[in-house]
Unconditional design. Structure first.
Length: 212
């Protein structure tokens, strides 16, 4: 039976508190960037809950014992440029051996459709648990395109992780890729006429890098 993707909304108090600070228009660039990294680490902790474990025999200073360690499932983090970069450091703090790919997309201001300008993935992407990361899931166009690119290059075990999602984006991802799990910190009301999430937090890339 084919895997059916699920939506996980993290209600941990620390995640909710930090996302609320990120929504505030008075939060400055430095604070916003730090919060993004912190939330990414907290969400990554929750999203990796089901990584497989195996029994390993070791010697403690006291005696021999059997402990649990990761069963060897390798991880790849693939940010959608540029805003997705805000998630990478937090995820790497949690999983320092993860490999990092990059997918460059921008949204056409008129059609709101994603346009690719860069894609570089680990050579062994087909053997890795892949987390595609982007702060916002609005129309879903960029997320769907990024997952398309990864699957064409052999990636199979894919999850999408973001701060805030609109129902339209969630539906778009699951219509195109019903096997992909979606991890979010908040599910918002919907999109405005410019396809921005409401209430949202504005343009995540601009707020991360102070470009507006």
């Amino acid at each position: 039976m084919d895997k059916k993707g699920k939506v996980y909304v993290f209600d941990h108090p620390l995640i909710q508190h930090k996302v609320s600070l990120m929504r505030d228009k008075n939060t400055n660039v430095k604070e916003f960037r730090e919060l993004a990294s912190e939330v990414a680490m907290l969400m990554g902790f929750e999203a990796t809950r089901d990584l497989p474990l195996k029994d390993v025999n070791i010697e403690t200073p006291m005696c021999a014992t059997t402990v649990k360690m990761l069963a060897g499932e390798d991880i790849a983090i693939v940010p959608i440029l540029r805003a997705g970069l805000g998630f990478v450091d937090g995820m790497l703090a949690l999983v320092p051996n993860a490999k990092v790919g990059h997918i460059g997309l921008y949204r056409d201001p008129e059609t709101h459709m994603p346009i690719e300008y860069y894609c570089k993935l680990p050579a062994d992407i087909d053997k890795r648990k892949i987390f595609v990361v982007d702060p916002m899931l609005a129309t879903g166009g960029s997320a769907v395109a990024a997952i398309d690119f990864i699957k064409r290059r052999g990636g199979q075990n894919i999850a999408f992780m973001c701060l805030i999602a609109a129902p339209e984006g969630i539906d778009a991802v699951h219509q195109a890729h019903p096997d992909v799990d979606i991890y979010i910190a908040a599910k918002d009301d919907g999109l405005n006429e410019k396809a921005y999430i409401l209430p949202g937090l504005g343009d995540a890339g601009d707020r991360l890098y102070g470009t507006k």
